[in-house]
Design a protein around this ligand. Structure first.
Ligand code: NAD
Length: 449
């Protein structure tokens, strides 16, 4: 099939590359000329594990091309995927301007029947809206399909090639048949392509993300209680995760969820509910709790160092919103470092992939007070404390016994519970984590009351 993918971000580039990998001819369109030029020169503009070899192979086989010319890319396509940004507007409503702008142009460009697929996360009713926009100028038949994407950054290739399920929202038999053909190579092991109406499909995506954000947040609240009552959230997690009704995943306590999806999607579904006169109360709490959780290390840091952090240097491990990505949108580190910088702290920051994107997204205050360093060891050297904000695998295996030598005093604030508390205590560390016993060494205990 000839596929055109409009928007080559995390979703568009992964989708386009994976469709090419299964033998389709794929043209990727983006308005960002610099990005398109980079891709034409063989450069992958994002960090996503496993993407580069597939990208290289499909360019070499001439199944994957890049352009800024929408009209030429549309002319040859059988199926057109919209993988455009839908960021939150000021009121939390999804901003559909990119999607509708492209839809209006498409109407003038269709010369024969095409399936237009909305892969962006969009509010209920957007398939109808896109249809109306296209119909304003179209003179031929077309179908608009909702096909929300469930890939996770950091595992996007695997998720796309082996999805748990594919959701297709369409009332057209012809379009549904084309979508089933297109996805058949990805569901050979028997995972379903679930066909439904457009509105249910659009809502499915928001319901999934809102539920996952709620699960994380619930566990963070349990962690906060654990700290009060002297329980260990890791034990509680194991105790409940083995219940098949609950499941093991998304139960890790930490310093809050971030990323380009959960925060905006929770806001957007709340807005959708409000539009139909329904007050989605749980999600109000999820949003509030998560905002507080992102900076929940601040009072713990103040307990040890006081609220005036001038002259204190903090090592920071992990800037991306999660491991295995360079995406820093809504990353907890952005918020935490800003709060600490307000109190006078300075930083030595390290992330395996996200230093460039973080520098671009961080506040001036954070950038002015941060040295971005090249190794995780450099980031702890001669610091007063280390803060762990993202659970990259390379941090787990670190020799924490050595921190006594590297740091002014070995203090770790671990927002991702990477280490065993007993081991940290034996190594002589003050080790403060989330929802577990705080291990405070004698010489620091005076500061903690
Ligand atoms: P992104 O910001 O990484 O990429 C969007 C791309 O679209 C950019 O390259 C941008 O230059 C391009 N673009 C913007 N306007 C354009 C136009 N008029 N014509 C052509 N290109 C244009 O976004 P993303 O993270 O890939 O997300 C895209 C959509 O998919 C969003 O709705 C998001 O909620 C959803 N989604 C994202 C993820 C994820 O993990 N990132 C997962 C599932 C769903």
């Amino acid at each position: 099939m000839n596929i055109t993918v409009i928007g080559t971000g995390y979703v568009g580039l992964v989708s386009g590359t994976c469709f090419a990998e299964t033998g389709n001819n794929v043209t990727c369109v983006d308005i960002d000329k610099v990005k398109v030029e980079k891709m034409r020169n063989g450069e992958v503009p994002i960090y996503e594990p496993g993407l580069k070899p597939l990208f290289d192979r499909n360019i070499k086989e001439d199944r994957l091309r890049f352009t800024t010319n929408l009209e030429s890319a549309v002319a040859t396509a059988n199926v057109i995927f919209l993988c455009l940004p839908t960021p939150p507007g000021a009121d939390g409503q999804a901003d559909l301007s990119a999607v509708l702008f492209v839809a209006e142009q498409l109407g003038t460009m269709l010369t024969d029947y095409k399936v237009i697929v909305n892969k962006s996360t969009v509010p209920v009713g957007t398939a109808d809206l896109v249809s109306e926009k296209i119909a304003l100028n179209a003179t031929v038949d077309f179908d608009v399909v909702s096909n929300p994407e469930f890939l996770r950054e950091g595992a996007a290739i695997d998720d796309f090639l082996k999805p748990d399920r594919v959701v297709v929202g369409s009332s057209s038999e012809k379009a549904t048949g084309i979508m089933e053909d297109l996805y058949s190579p990805f569901v050979r092991s028997g995972n379903p392509v679930i066909i439904m109406d457009e509105r249910s499909s659009e809502l499915t995506k928001y319901a999934a993300n809102a539920l996952l954000a709620t699960k994380i947040t619930f566990m963070n609240e349990i962690a906060n209680i654990c700290e009060g009552v002297g329980a260990d959230v890791e034990n509680v997690r194991r105790g409940i995760g083995t219940d098949s009704r609950i499941g093991k995943r998304f139960l890790f306590a930490g310093i809050g969820y971030g990323g380009s999806c959960f925060p905006k999607d929770v806001q957007a579904i709340k807005y959708t509910a409000q539009n139909v006169g329904y007050d989605f109360k749980i999600l109000d709490s999820v949003i509030k709790v998560n905002e507080a959780q992102k900076v929940s290390m601040v009072p713990k840091i103040e307990e040890v160092f006081g609220s005036d952090l001038r002259g204190k240097v903090f090592g920071i491990w992990g800037l991306a919103f999660k491991p295995e990505t360079d995406d820093v949108r809504e990353a907890p580190a952005l918020y935490l470092m800003h709060e600490l910088a307000i109190r006078g702290a300075t930083f030595k920051a390290y992330d395996p992939e996200a230093m460039k994107t973080f520098k671009n997204a961080a506040s001036d205050l954070v950038n002015d007070n941060t040295a971005y360093v090249n190794t995780s060891t450099e980031a702890v050297l001669n610091t007063d404390a280390l803060i762990i904000a993202t659970e990259w695998a390379e941090f787990r295996g670190k020799d924490i016994e050595n921190f006594n030598v590297l740091m002014n005093k070995p203090v770790i604030f671990d927002g991702r519970n990477l280490y065993d508390t007993q081991k940290a205590q034996k190594a002589g560390l003050t080790y403060i984590s989330v929802g577990r016993k705080q291990m405070i060494q004698q010489e620091l205990s005076y500061a903690c009351g």
